[in-house]
Write a new protein. Structure first.
Length: 366
């Protein structure tokens, strides 16, 4: 997996959702590669968040805080910035939150995606548009099947369904309005990403680290669920390779959906995964199970979560020569180091930059 630094130098890039976890890490990477990075997003949420922790504002060419559902404003800013490449990450990204506010999830995810596609229409400066969805877009029959890009789309919860809608919508827009356009479009589906700076509610890594750091018990709601775990840097660097290929003369052949999941050995049960975190921290906290999740949250709905979720990324391995290399243990160790430095009030911009540099160095050795 080779990153072309020369290609990215001085490229005008717009990231929607740059104040979020993945968007923030992507902003750091693109800045490191010498891009002119602009962001379009709502304000970061919560007392702790990645954007504020690393002081991302200082490296942005444009830091726009606005609702992506405002199409006219979005169009205006896109035409002012004139990005060559757009990464669309703005979304309501929590399965649990989608049960609490289903309307917000649908409008943010589906209308937000429609608006970025609308804003991209009839532009002569945009060459690549990468729409980030999720590995949860597939119709999961709980048969331990590995989903590839041709698997049926679906979703038994609002978040998953909204993201599946985004996939269908993007394909429709691409065929209807971008067939003869200079802008080439792809969607990407990563696994369960984790890393430093994700304070989103109901995230297993955040919850585990907080419990183990403070010597509290960790409560699991679905310990036997299998997930494709990966450090956030793995798919993000893959998105860069895809965006560059979309930008090329042969960009059309790289359009459509792409899985950017981990190697199959990274698919672990939740219990096994948190035990790795516990071992790394040498914690004596107990791990307990509380299955009556609906009652835990005092909600009047039954919250559904897939038992098994596995994705097949052979297409990207073969056609983009992208391949993840961090083991779960190495990814967990990187994440623990990030949060430990944060708790020690270290300079998190410098530390995050260091982790990106170390990742690039390790990648070159592979």
């Amino acid at each position: 997996m080779k990153i072309d630094n020369q290609f990215w130098k001085n490229k005008k890039v717009l990231i929607t959702g740059h104040t979020g976890f993945k968007g923030g890490w992507l902003t750091m990477i693109l800045n490191h590669l010498g891009c002119q990075v602009s962001g379009f997003s709502l304000n970061p949420t919560g007392k702790n968040n990645f954007f504020s922790s690393v002081n991302l504002k200082k490296i942005l060419k444009n830091d726009i805080r606005h609702d992506i559902k405002d199409l006219n404003f979005l169009k205006k800013k896109v035409n002012q910035i004139k990005p060559e490449i757009i990464f669309h990450l703005a979304a309501q990204s929590s399965v649990i939150e989608s049960f609490k506010d289903s309307s917000k999830t649908v409008s943010s995810n589906v209308i937000g995606t429609a608006n970025i596609l609308e804003a991209a229409k009839k532009t002569n400066f945009l060459k690549s548009l990468v729409i980030i969805t999720t590995d949860k877009v597939y119709q999961n029959y709980e048969n331990r099947k590995y989903f590839d890009e041709n698997s049926k789309l679906g979703g038994d919860d609002i978040y998953s369904g909204s993201k599946a809608c985004c996939e269908i919508l993007t394909n429709s827009y691409r065929k209807s309005f971008f067939a003869n356009s200079n802008c080439k479009i792809a969607t990407v589906r990563a696994g369960n990403c984790f890393g430093g700076g994700d304070w989103t509610k109901e995230r297993i890594v955040k919850d585990a680290l907080e419990a183990f750091y403070d010597h509290n018990n960790l409560i699991l709601r679905n310990p036997n669920a299998t997930r494709p775990w990966q450090h956030v840097l793995e798919p993000l660097f893959g998105y860069l390779i895809l965006a560059k290929n979309l930008y090329s003369k042969n960009g059309t052949k790289f359009e459509g959906p792409w899985n950017f999941g981990p190697s199959l050995r990274q698919n672990l049960k939740v219990l096994k995964f948190v035990q790795i975190i516990k071992t790394k921290l040498k914690s004596k906290s107990k791990i307990k199970v509380k299955r009556n999740f609906s009652k835990m949250r005092k909600m009047k709905v039954k919250i559904f979560e897939s038992k098994d979720l596995n994705i097949n990324s052979k297409k990207v391995f073969k056609n983009l020569k992208w391949k993840p290399f961090l083991t779960v243990e190495a990814a967990v160790e990187m994440t623990i180091k990030w949060y430990t430095n944060f708790r020690k009030k270290k300079n998190m911009f410098d530390f995050t930059k260091k982790q990106i540099e170390e990742y690039i160095y390790l990648n070159k050795k592979k």
